[in-house]
Every structure is written in C-alpha cells, then in structure tokens.
Design a protein around this ligand. Structure first.
Ligand code: CTP
Ligand code: CA
Length: 223
C-alpha cells in the first residue's frame, strides 16, 4: 500500500543503517551498554526498503524482526560496528547512524569471569574512548554521499544537536529529547527535529517510530 502511494523513489540507492545499543565487554559474562531498543533504526530500514532502496542494516542484538528485503549484519561492540560500516561505506549513497554507540570501551576486558573474592570493596574499570564513527564518515564522505546522524539529548537539545551537526560534518542530524519517558530510547513513539547543514529545520510531532521513519525517509528522498 505504501509502495502504491509513494512509489520507489530510492530504487538504485544503497543505504547503510546502524541500529541498537552497542555492548562493551567487561568480562565473558558482563558488559556495559545502554537503553537503545533499535526500534528507530529498524523502522528506518523498513521504510527505506519499501521506498525501493537496497538496505544494509547493521545492528546489535534486538528482539525486532529483520524488515523484509533488508540485508542484516549482527554486531556487538562499537569496534565491530565500525568495521562493518567501513566495509560498506564506499558503496553507500546514504549512511544513517541510528545506533547508540558506546562512547567508551573497557581498556582490558578480563578473559575470565572477574571474581568477587579476588577484589576488595572497590573495583575500578578503566575505559578508553571509541572512535566516533559518524565523525569519520563526515570527514571521509564524497560530495555525492549523504550522512545522517542522531542526537539523543536530555537537555539543551537544539544546542547540542547543532554542535554535533558541525563537529561531525554530517548533512543531517535528527534530534530528539530523551528526558521525556514517552519518547526516544526504548519507547514506541518519538518526536524529532531534522537539522540540515544549511540551517534548515523540520519538526515532526510525536508519533509512532514507523510513521516517523517514513516521513524522515521521504525528506531524505527530497534532499
Ligand atoms: N556516534 C558514532 N560513534 C560514536 C558515538 C556516536 O557514530 N563513537 C554517532 C551516533 O550513532 C549518533 C551521533 O553520533 O548518530 C550522535 O551520538 P551521541 O551519543 O548523541 O553524540 P556524542 O558525540 O557521543 O556526544 P555525547 O554522547 O557526549 O552527547
Ligand atoms: Ca555518545
């Protein structure tokens, strides 16, 4: 039905989309992660596929079905995600970074389970920064490639999102306020603003992630 309404304006385009929250191992049975459900990224992958694009979805483990016709790569860590993205970047017309990428990883993950009795009252984890994948893509994109990022913020949403747009050299940042529990991370609905590098802004009111994904993809078609 959607295809009848909108056609397949993205046919011939290759779109790489990342989704979900990456995990950073502490030891074989423990990790550091975040609340991302992957819903927004999966909805974008589905919308892009309906609109005719060849979609590569790179995600961490979720409980969501892989959208029809989409090629899926399962990853766990930020470094694994980065490696698959880099492998697919050159061929991509559009990359959308919807994944919540861990900013830091454990410096030296333990090869065996960390034992409580081997430690005193305190256990210190040393973390080192992961590479910023979106900033890498922004730095290395060609003029023909479109790079889209997200900015999930709890405060000063527009200010932080605008700074991410310039700092990471993205073409579009999709900003959302995750301080509101009814939207953003893990919820079924979202409310976002698309910020373009030329200063243009498009606001979308709160709605299901499926419906928002289609509207975002149609804006990308226009762009
Ligand atoms: N991102 C990325 N690689 C990272 C961290 C983030 O590609 N190592 C991407 C995310 O996928 C998202 C965008 O950058 O598209 C913004 O992520 P966010 O966490 O909001 O930005 P940070 O620059 O990490 O800033 P902070 O977490 O301090 O707000
Ligand atoms: Ca971050």
């Amino acid at each position: 039905a959607l295809q009848k309404q909108f056609g397949t304006p993205l046919s011939g385009k290759k779109i790489v989309i990342s989704a979900g929250g990456t995990k950073e191992r502490i030891d074989p049975v423990r990790y550091i992660s975040n609340d991302s459900s992957g819903k927004m990224g999966y909805a974008l992958a589905r919308a892009a596929s309906i609109l005719g694009a060849k979609v590569i979805l790179i995600s961490t483990v979720t409980n969501l079905p892989i959208p029809h016709g989409v090629k899926h790569h399962l990853v766990e860590t930020a470094q694994e995600l980065q490696s698959i993205i880099t492998q697919n970047f050159k061929e991509a017309d559009i990359v959308i970074m919807a994944a919540a990428v861990s900013d830091f990883r454990v410096d030296h993950p333990a090869k065996q389970k960390i034992k409580k009795e081997a430690n005193t009252n305190q256990l210190t984890l040393s973390l080192i920064k992961n590479q910023d994948i979106l900033a890498y893509l922004g730095e290395h994109k060609t003029k023909e490639q479109l790079i889209v990022g997200f900015a999930a913020e709890t405060n000063d949403v527009m200010k932080h999102a605008t700074s991410k747009l310039t700092r990471k050299k993205a073409d579009i940042i999709i900003a959302n306020d995750v301080s509101d529990q009814s939207i953003g991370f893990n919820s079924n609905e979202n409310k976002v603003t698309m910020l373009y590098a030329n200063g243009e802004k498009i606001h979308f009111q709160q709605q299901s992630k499926e419906s928002l994904a289609l509207k975002i993809m149609l804006q990308i078609v226009k762009y």
